[in-house]
Design a protein around this ligand. Structure first.
Ligand code: BG6
Length: 586
């Protein structure tokens, strides 16, 4: 995960940066720093060691710096005309159009793009604040950036257009702005979590929110309650999803696709078998709808722990995809071997762990590039699996002549829209926490959905069991009337994934029976449904079609997380569960 850190203080801030690197313990391999050394602006690059060691910076009297950690070998920070320093992170969905209009080449990185937009405005006579306002109106997608102009050594600006950024006050009048909630909670005494659209000025005076009309407002910065401890890895990993998905979108979204050797085999595929356990199994179930709809193929989804005991008869043109975050889950390895022994000729591993056992057993490996996942519960690796399976499904559809060029372009456009939709979903935290406050004491819950959102409901129920220790069960909503409705009463709430699609009306009909039995309903929907007595609605982002299951998955991750927080559970290491050990990580 790339990270941004900016510091400004009356004293040398390099020791503080050094501490931050140890706290972050990030798997990024490059650190780029732009700093003021006794008034001169200096740009430095450091290759980071694993495990992370304390960095010793050359002696300097540095009062401000902007640092970025990434896996990109080229600098993400630049100094150019107007003595401007900019560092940005995220995914800009109109990057190519903007880069063309600015004449900077479409291979420019995001910081270069933001800088070019700002410089164009500064050249036209705008102030930096005016330039930021225009820049923010032009950038589409899920971006955040920090910028500094040498003429204003006392402060910096932070601008949040979706990717999380936090501003904090440390001891010794140091002010920090960074992208990691865990880091800021450890370092700062008071923190402001920026909202999308916020522009904040921070530095040697009180941090100020700059309103759209230019008026400055003192930031409300609640004190950090250190006794609450550091937020969990699970939350950090949930919040990382706009970026983990953006990394995959960049890799596979704009005309690039799967490895050539795999693509060469796709046209001849006649069926797909997906093998997995736990959350990876739910990813497989969601993807089965995509393989049917986009690739026109029959699909079989096998629970790894069951598959190995079955008499299987794979077709000679079947594609087996074994899915495992860790690549080390024994059941999935056994299931893959069972398929191979029984004659499956084409095998793919989908894993977050390069070099894992699973990847050594197959013809082709696809990696989810989500970075290390510390929490036992799969979050960012799961949504990355979903995205990769979607890429595989539409590439198969294209290779088999099931999809027109326009349909492939539409599928790719939906990918580009995804990180922003996930970032918007993360902004529903307040509402989801409110639900969790009401739901975490319920012993039993139903989670329901239809079509590709039924496995999303399964994953939501799984998470509630896994981290919140609640007995949650998922059903396809059409099945309620065939048995489960007998259990519904005022003590059994029903959580509903209700995207506004072809199945929506059927679901609303299914829900009438729940209300008739006094069941309380909690609906996640992008439809225009009002909350009424007994029915609470959270409005989900619009604009996704095939990829809608991903944002509902994220919303349910947050619900399970906050239910677990309210119950005081050990969230990152739930009782009786362990994560399979991973090898090296992408
Ligand atoms: C289980 C974990 O043990 O393994 C689940 O509790 C996880 O959270 C499952 O989804 C499968 O793991 P993997 O690494 O094979 O995807």
């Amino acid at each position: 995960m790339s990270e941004l850190i900016a510091y400004i203080a009356p004293q040398n801030v390099l020791p503080a940066l050094s501490d931050c690197l140890l706290i972050l313990n990030s798997s990024n391999s490059h650190l780029h720093v732009i700093q003021a050394d006794d008034g001169d602006i200096v740009q430095r690059h450091y290759a980071l060691q694993m495990p992370v060691q304390r960095l010793v910076f050359p002696p300097a009297n540095c009062h401000w710096l902007i640092a970025s950690l990434s896996n990109e070998p080229h600098p993400a920070i630049r100094t150019i005309q107007h003595h401007l320093v900019v560092t940005a992170m995220g995914l800009c969905s109109n990057h190519i159009d903007l880069a063309r209009s600015l004449d900077i080449g479409i291979a420019s990185n995001l910081s270069e793009l933001v800088e070019a937009v700002l410089v164009r405005q500064l050249n036209d006579g705008a102030t930096l604040l005016e330039a930021i306002a225009i820049c923010n109106a032009q950038l589409k997608g899920d971006v955040s950036y920090i910028c500094h102009q040498q003429g204003h050594a006392q402060f910096m600006f932070a601008s949040c257009l979706g990717r999380p950024l936090f501003v904090g006050l440390e001891s010794g009048l140091r002010q920090i702005c960074c992208s990691s909630l865990r880091l800021i909670r450890q370092r700062a005494n008071q923190v402001y979590a920026m909202n999308t659209g916020d522009v904040v000025r921070f530095g040697l005076g009180a941090p100020m929110l700059i309103l759209p009309n230019g008026i400055e407002q003192a930031l409300q910065m609640p004190a950090v309650n250190k006794s609450q401890g550091i937020p969990h890895y699970m939350l950090e990993e949930i919040e990382a999803q706009p970026e983990t998905l953006a990394i995959l979108v960049q890799k596979y979204g704009a005309g690039f696709s799967l490895p050539l050797a795999l693509r060469g085999k796709l046209a001849g595929i006649r069926s797909v078998t997906l093998l997995a356990c736990g959350s990876s199994y739910h990813a497989a179930l969601v993807a089965s709808y995509w393989f049917e709809t986009l690739a026109g193929l029959p699909v079989q989804v096998g629970l790894s722990s069951e598959y190995s005991d079955r008499d299987v008869h794979p077709d000679a043109y079947d594609l087996v995809v074994a899915i495992s975050q860790s690549g080390e889950t024994a059941d999935t390895i056994a299931a893959l071997k069972h398929a191979q022994i029984n004659g499956s000729p084409r095998t793919v591993a989908l894993s977050n762990s390069p070099g894992s056992t699973l990847t050594t057993l197959v013809d082709h490996s696809l990696l989810t590039h989500s970075g290390a996942e510390q929490s036992v519960s799969a979050t960012k690796s799961l949504t990355a699996q979903l995205l990769m399976l979607y890429v595989l499904a539409f590439t198969l559809g294209e290779a088999r002549g099931e999809l027109s060029k326009e349909q492939v372009t539409a599928a790719q456009q939906e990918m580009l829209d995804l990180p922003t939709a996930v970032a918007e979903t993360l902004q529903l935290t307040k509402d989801i926490r409110r639900w969790a406050g009401m739901l975490h004491r319920k012993k039993n819950l139903f989670v329901i959905g239809r079509n590709a959102h039924y496995p999303v409901a399964m994953e939501g129920a799984f998470k509630l069991r896994e981290v919140a220790y609640q007995h949650a069960v998922a059903f396809p909503s059409g099945e309620l009337k065939h048995g489960p409705i007998t259990l519904v009463n005022e003590e059994l709430p029903v959580i509903v994934c209700l995207p506004w699609n072809l199945q929506a009306q059927k679901m609303l009909d299914d829900l009438k029976a729940v209300r008739a039995n006094r069941g309380e309903i909690f609906i996640l929907s992008n439809g225009n449904i009002a909350s009424v007595e007994g029915t609470s609605v959270i409005r989900m982002p619009n604009g996704l079609n095939h990829l809608s299951p991903i944002i509902y998955t994220v919303a349910l991750q947050m619900l399970a997380y906050y239910c677990a927080v309210f119950s005081g559970n050990d969230i990152d290491a739930p009782r009786n569960l362990a994560k399979a050990k991973t090898a090296t990580l992408a």
